[in-house]
Design a protein around this ligand. Structure first.
Ligand SMILES: CC(C)(COP(=O)(O)OP(=O)(O)OC[C@H]1O[C@@H](n2cnc3c(N)ncnc32)[C@H](O)[C@@H]1OP(=O)(O)O)[C@@H](O)C(=O)NCCC(=O)NCCS
Length: 186
């Protein structure tokens, strides 16, 4: 039986499934400098790589039960402006890692806060996770602000955890527990 993808609606957004038909969006989106800046892997080199990565991070992630990644659209349009979701879902320990990306044209308007509020609620209510982790580069100020605004707490620095631009670089580890969320953050 194929699982039905959980489409969600928020005040301004529709969070929908990303399919093979979105490969051109994937190729363009993950070659936007602001999105790949600081990420370990560069964007896809060509459409073949875009199709392969899309299948891995979106389609197979959901199909294999390792997570869910939603595409973000603005109500009234089917065009994708970003994505957000979960991967590395460990059902034994009830934890998951989050990742997100937004076309810079739409940043600084509360778009990702709105999308993440919905998917976090989904993770605690439906996926029944207890802990959501986020790894972020210390220089990614927008991402740090987003996480703190959502109630994530910094746990520490993972020293030289990433390799970027020919150098080992630190990551910050953040987490959000179910009880943090329930205790009235939102
Ligand atoms: C990080 C990112 C997802 C933030 O998305 P966003 O929709 O702009 O975030 P929001 O509008 O919900 O804002 C969250 C907070 O960050 C601030 N912020 C986010 N982007 C900003 C920008 N470009 N300029 C100024 N402030 C910004 C907001 O003002 C807000 O702070 P506040 O609550 O104190 O007002 C987006 O900038 C992005 O995709 N960046 C590139 C990819 C990336 O960094 N991914 C994460 C890897 S860990």
């Amino acid at each position: 039986m194929t699982k039905r993808f959980p489409v969600m609606k928020t005040k301004r957004l529709v969070l929908r499934e990303v399919t093979a038909k979105d490969a051109l969006w994937y190729f363009k989106h993950f070659n936007i400098w602001e999105i790949v800046d600081g990420q370990e892997s560069p964007g896809p080199r060509d459409m073949k790589a875009a199709r392969r990565e899309l299948k891995h991070y979106f389609t197979d992630n959901f199909k294999n039960g390792t997570g869910i990644r939603w595409g973000i659209t603005l109500k009234g349009s089917n065009d994708l402006v970003g994505s957000t979701g979960f991967y590395k879902w460990n059902k034994k320990t009830s934890q998951v890692e989050t990742g997100y990306d937004l076309d810079p044209e739409y940043s600084g308007q509360g778009t990702m806060t709105e999308a993440m509020t919905a998917i976090i609620q989904y993770a605690f209510d439906v996926m029944k996770v207890n802990r959501i982790e986020a790894l972020v580069s210390p220089r990614n100020k927008n991402s740090l602000r987003l996480l703190r605004g959502l109630g994530f707490r910094k746990e520490g620095t993972l020293r030289e955890h990433d390799f970027y631009d020919g150098k080992f670089v630190d990551d910050f580890l953040f987490s959000l527990l179910k009880r943090d969320w329930q205790q009235g953050h939102r």
